[in-house]
Design a protein around this ligand. Sequence first.
Ligand code: HEC
Length: 132
Amino acid sequence: MKKKIVVPLILLLSSHTIMADAINDMFTQYQQQGVSNASEQTGKTLWNKKFTDKKTGKDRSCTSCHGVDLTKVGKHVRTGKKINPMAPSVNKKSLTDVKNIKKWFKRNCKWTLGRECSAQEQADILTYLKNQ
Ligand code: HEC
């Protein structure tokens, strides 16, 4: 089994860019909710994990719309609309707005998992996303 790398949240606070500002804000909020560290590997696993929708019996995952390769344009599974790449390495606007991050976490976790993501889950996912 692969060793899980867990990084203390404080070490994730990154250098001064707009993306880092929003992400630092989010990490600070997660810390206030009791999260002390985050794991990129756990975030990646969660990102790719399939959840079964109770009503339709169909699988749903974050990749349903965003795709597996976050440097590529995604496609909304229901509307077919394109979604800008999530990877900050190719999309400078990605993960730069706290309100936006919160709004979509809430909406997308509810749709995908059937519930909101916990602070720990969000911290893990965000750690994975920000490094793409
Ligand atoms: C049904 C389609 C769909 C699914 C499934 C989905 N998303 Fe999204 N997500 C979107 C759309 C659309 C946006 C807005 C993209 C934009 O503004 O360009 C978005 C944006 C986001 C953002 C904000 C990005 C930013 O730059 O601020 C985050 C964070 C996010 N999604 C996380 C997730 C997570 C975590 C999952 C799985 C639990 C997930 N999404 C699953 C459609 C989806």
